[in-house]
Structures are given as C-alpha cells and as structure tokens.
Design a protein around this ligand. Structure first.
Ligand code: GAL
Length: 423
C-alpha cells in the first residue's frame, strides 16, 4: 500500500492545533544548525506521559550534557493535535529534529515521502538488530533500511476497573467475561447509581479506541487481519455486530465525556467517579501517577472478547532527513534505545520494553504480565493509532465513530467505513 502525507486536515484543525502549540511554548526550534540543540516532538503531556518523556530526555542529556533539548510536545491524547501541527511543518519543510510515531502505515507515510533519515548506522552501532524482535525492526523499515527506534510496546485492548465500584454493584469481570455479559455489567453499575463507563471523548482517539476494542472482540484476529488487508468488506455481519454492541455501551458513558480528555477520564476512574475504562495500558502509568494502587484500587482484564489477543501500539521515534540538528537527533535515537533508558521509560509509561535484554523483574506485576502476553498472545496492529491502515482511513474511522456516537445508525456507520476502506 502506498502511503501519502494526509491532506484531510481542515484549516480549522490546523489553526486550532497551532494555537495549542504556541500556548505550550513548543514548536519549531529557533536555533541554527550549529547550535547544540535538539527538538523532540511528541504528544506526551499527561502526567505519566510527561514523566516518561523526561526519562528519555534525561537519558539523552546524561550522554550529551551540552545539548539543550526543546520539548515540542503538543497536547492532545493519541496525537490528534500533534499530527495536524506536524503535517503543517512537514509541508513547510520545517520538520522537528525527531518526532513520535508508530510502526506500519504511520511511519510508512514518512518513509515513502523521503522525509526520514536511515537509522541503520544506529542499529549497527548499538547492536539493536539482535536486541529487538525481528518483526518489530521490520515494522519500522523498508527495503533493508530502518527508520525508527521504538521505546516500548503498549497493549491497546485493556479494560480497567475501579474495584470498589464493581464490588458495590456485584460485578465480576474476568478474562472470560463475554461482550454481552459486559453490557449487563454496565447495567448493574448504573442501577447502583454509578457512572458505568469512563470516557475521555474530548480526545477523538478514546471513543475510537473503545470501538476498536469491541471490533476486535467481534471479528477476532483472523477477521482483523482480513479487514485491514482489504479482504473483508466493512459491511460484514461481524462489523455490524460490533457496531450494535458499541451502540448498547455508549449510553452508559460518563455524561461529561465530551469535555474530558483520556487522562481526565482515567483520573475519574482512580477517584471512583466512574467504574470502567477501555483504554491502552498508558492508562496504567496514569493510574499510578494518580496514586491508585494496582490490586487494591483498580484491576484490569482484556477487553471482553479479546482474551489472548494483544493490540500492539508501539511508540517509535524517527529522525528527519533534513533535521536542523541531525547529529544530535541520531544521538537521541541511540540514547533512547539503551536498556537503562527503556526500563526507566517503561516504569513511568506503563509499556513493555521491546528489547529482549531489558530485565523486567523490577517492573510492577501488571507490566510483567503484559510483557508475557506480548510474547505469547496473537498480536494485531492498531487502526486507531495508524499502524494497520492508512492515515486517511484512520481519520475516516475517527470521523465515522464521532458520527455514530450521535446517530447510532449502524447502516450508515458500516457504509462509511466500507467506503473509506475502498479509498
Ligand atoms: C498513543 C501513544 C501512547 C499514548 C496514547 C495517549 O498514540 O502510543 O504512548 O501516549 O497515544 O496519548
């Protein structure tokens, strides 16, 4: 599949995002090419994301003490705003030195546009090819070259729950809970006067992620692969079934959802203001950051219907071929790949280190389990995070979900997805 720089972003989205970036003080670095500086562009601004990003920066600064790191993070979970700003900068030939992306189609769009530096020399110098599973290296490369370094693998299909609230409603969630039992559980929570479903609907990705997780439960791994490869039509009965389940769950969402970001929704779960959240395991880092205790305050199960499946969301950094500070950016790629930095990062972020030689016994029990699942489960790539399908489809997926939240019209929803997939 050929990936292009998406042109779907409206002027209003870009303008809003640019406002965000100037408000954060991030954005393009003003230093000239000779100055010892490095701009790191990401969307990591929640409490746990920011802490994990600072672990990467600390790892770089330790080896490169004279270099000033400009944190160009643009707020907006899942990168909604950051992507808009990035596209504008790339179109204006003003790339950040290094930016955050994901493997597969997400990085593919930049590779195919010739925007990325080949990082093969970093892989060679740091022996990364032997430390990182071959498929992961392949997912950030093309034609024998490697263009990204990954910091960690997140699991996208996790259901987090507040233990006191589920106990109060007599709700038991386990790895074998079925999607229908889950809908019943939401009803039981509501009957007790509890807000059942935590949702950070202000971040478009959060509602899309809920649907992505329901969809995987309905179609299974082979169905997922077939849909994302264009072999199954999106009007298929199982996609419709997922849409119907989604429609049953949405009325249980927090009435404030549209005003909340994903991390604010997670904070509500920690505080006992809502009961369950379908969210990638960056929520784990955020729950701990909010002082919630694993096992005592919250628990987790795979999204009902997806036990044994692992939606991989692999955080990855690339270096601009025309970076203003390319030498520093290549050093960044090396520094953030080291076992020590990957471990420190994972502890704050909630992800699984992708290097096989990082000792995981110092990680909390949840992350050790996620690491085991990562090695043994059936892995699928995320649509919501741009890995499995083109950025254009990703955007259409978000748009279709947004429409569906309002209309609940299954026919129009699957038709919109089917049309988008035919591109
Ligand atoms: C994902 C990213 C995660 C997390 C999440 C929410 O795209 O891979 O690391 O940050 O967005 O912002």
């Amino acid at each position: 599949m050929k990936h292009r720089i998406p042109t779907y972003l409206s002027a209003a989205t870009i303008a809003a995002a640019l406002l965000t970036v100037s408000a954060c003080g991030g954005g393009s670095s003003s230093a000239g090419p000779d100055e010892k500086q490095l701009e790191v562009f990401s969307w990591w601004t929640s409490g746990s994301e920011d802490a994990a990003l600072k672990d990467l920066i600390a790892g770089f600064t330790k080896d490169n003490p004279g270099v000033k790191v400009v944190n160009g993070a643009v707020a907006g979970g899942g990168g909604g705003n950051a992507q808009a700003v990035l596209q504008t900068r790339l179109q204006g030939s003003n790339p950040p030195d290094t930016w955050q992306t994901h493997p597969g189609a997400a990085i593919g769009q930049y590779i195919d546009s010739g925007l990325l530096a080949d990082l093969s020399s970093v892989y060679k110098q740091d022996s990364l090819n032997s430390a990182i599973p071959r498929e992961l290296v392949a997912s950030v490369g093309k034609d024998g070259k490697t263009y990204g370094v990954s910091t960690g693998a997140h699991r996208g299909n996790v259901l987090w729950f507040n233990k006191k609230l589920t106990a109060k409603a007599g709700v038991k969630l386990s790895a074998s809970t079925t999607p229908d039992q889950f809908v019943d559980a939401l009803g039981k929570l509501k009957d007790k006067g509890i807000t059942p479903l935590c949702l950070g609907g202000k971040d478009a990705f959060a509602t899309a992620e809920l649907f992505e997780n329901i969809l995987l439960g309905a179609v299974g791994v082979s169905g997922w692969d077939s849909l994302t490869a264009g072999k199954t039509d999106w009007t298929d009965a199982k996609v419709r079934q997922a849409a119907e389940l989604f429609a049953k769950m949405l009325p249980y969402a927090d009435p404030d959802a549209s005003a909340l970001t994903w991390d604010q929704a997670t904070k509500r779960l920690a505080a006992g203001d809502c009961a369950v959240e379908s969210m990638g395991d960056w929520a784990y880092g955020e729950l701990l950051k909010n002082g919630a205790k694993d096992g005592a305050d919250f628990g987790y199960v795979p999204q009902p219907g997806t036990n044994g499946n692992f939606v991989t969301v692999v955080d990855t950094f690339v270096v601009a071929e025309n970076a203003k500070h390319k030498e520093q950016a290549l050093k960044w790629a090396s520094a953030i790949s080291s076992p020590e930095v990957q471990l420190a990062f994972s502890k704050d972020k909630g992800s699984t280190p992708i290097r096989r030689d990082v000792p995981i016994d110092s990680l909390p029990a949840y992350q050790q389990r996620a690491a085991t699942s990562f090695r043994s489960d059936a892995l699928v790539l995320s649509i919501v995070h741009g890995e499995a399908m083109s950025p254009q489809f990703q955007q259409s997926f978000y748009d279709a979900v947004t429409q569906f939240v309002q209309s609940k019209k299954v026919d129009s929803f699957v038709q919109a997805l089917a049309t988008a997939a035919k591109g």
